[in-house]
Design a protein around this ligand. Structure first.
Ligand code: KG4
Ligand code: ZN
Length: 349
């Protein structure tokens, strides 16, 4: 288990509104405390039990959340220097995500809100990823384009304001992070392997090999075919060749995975006359994507925004930040709220 604590702790001020935010949609148990819109802490406990299975095992993820949620919440309160009695609201990710994982966070949040007689705020996990671009300065101004790239999602979204977002297109099958992970597994780089491919790709030649990625209409994407192409490549070339050429292979795979993301982002900026683009989700940490998009942005007089690494991957800080804005407009969930594993961007909660 890895425990990461954001370095956002500020001087504690006992006036104003404290909000506790919970994120448990996949395999990270995370709790954050927000005070008047400022993040005081963002604790993330990552589940390492899945690494040996090469992917998240849903049943194990729920059990791990159940084991961890109380002490992660305790650690967050301690780091913020407050007790539950000082909380003015409780926020939680309602979806999308794994049903059992969401259930743990939502049940905990409902129980806490009920016992404290404070409002409960339901948050859309994907919208929280997008709004994480506004946590730090410089931040994009509405409207802006957002490329959401994670282990579960790949989509292009026009962000009109805090609660109005329109999906232009998304993956028809695998997410780009999933494709990174599956390719890494075939190359023996472990799980999750996006970072390992990124690190090796920096030392390799992206033109060394040609890996095809599915061509899809409009602003949609397809990543299910790339795994098969890499599997045949590894089988045909053999282990020794793959190991000797690993950096060039990673650079070539990464180029193929990133190309449709970059091309379609530029098209969307031009078509919708948007001069600001943000990237959100775990794959936003990819150095190749950041570099390529920033080059394209400077060629097109556009600005690129990338959240701090701690806000790229799953975290309750982004949930708390989105919840603070819902709290201000009195947008509270009913005590009978349920999890929404298939919730989409822009869908009312
Ligand atoms: O957003 P996230 O933490 O979890 C969800 O999927 O919701 O994203 C995790 C994904 C994994 O597929 C991981 O391999 C990928 O983000 N990832 C990266 C990098 N760092 C994390 N992919 C490419 N390059 C990276 N540097
Ligand atoms: Zn996520």
């Amino acid at each position: 288990m890895i425990l990461i604590s954001g370095n956002q702790t500020r001087t504690c001020n006992f006036a104003g509104m404290y909000l506790l935010a919970i994120e448990s949609s996949c395999d990270d148990t995370s709790v954050a405390v927000v005070h008047n819109g400022v993040l005081l802490c963002n604790i993330v406990s990552s589940q390492l039990v899945h690494n040996t299975f090469g992917g998240v095992v849903p049943e194990m993820a729920s059990r791990e959340h159940l084991k961890n949620i109380v002490w992660v919440a305790d650690a967050a309160l301690q780091e913020a220097g407050i007790t539950t009695r000082q909380l003015g609201a409780v926020a939680v990710t309602a979806g999308p995500g794994l049903p059992g994982s969401l259930m743990v966070g939502v049940s905990f949040a409902k129980g806490l809100a009920l016992s404290l007689k404070k409002p409960l705020i339901a948050i859309n996990h994907m919208e929280a990823h997008i709004l994480s671009l506004l946590i730090q300065q410089p931040a994009p101004r509405f409207p802006f384009l957002c490329l959401v790239v994670s282990g579960g999602h790949t989509m292009l979204v026009v962000v009109k304001n805090w609660n109005q977002m329109a999906i232009l297109g998304q993956t028809k099958d695998d997410a780009v992070g999933e494709a990174f992970d599956k390719c890494a597994k075939l190359l023996g780089l472990g799980y999750p392997g996006g970072k390992a491919i990124d690190d090796l790709a920096r030392k390799g030649n992206p033109d060394a090999f040609a890996f095809p990625v599915g061509v899809v209409d409009g602003y949609n994407f397809s990543y299910s075919g790339v795994k098969t192409a890499v599997m045949y490549f590894v089988r045909e070339k053999g282990e020794a060749f793959v190991q000797a050429q690993l950096a060039d292979i990673c650079a070539s795979i990464q180029r193929a995975l990133l190309k449709p993301l970059v091309q379609k982002s530029v098209l969307a900026m031009k078509q919708y006359d948007l001069s600001q683009i943000g990237i959100a989700g775990g794959v936003a940490a990819n150095s190749g994507l950041r570099h390529w998009l920033s080059e394209i942005c400077s060629q097109n007089n556009a600005e690129l925004f990338v959240p701090d690494y701690q806000y790229c991957t799953d975290n309750a800080g982004m949930v708390g930040f989105a919840a603070w804005h819902k709290w201000q407009s009195g947008d509270f969930a009913s005590p009978g709220m349920v999890t929404q594993p298939r919730l989409v961007v822009g869908q009312p909660l």
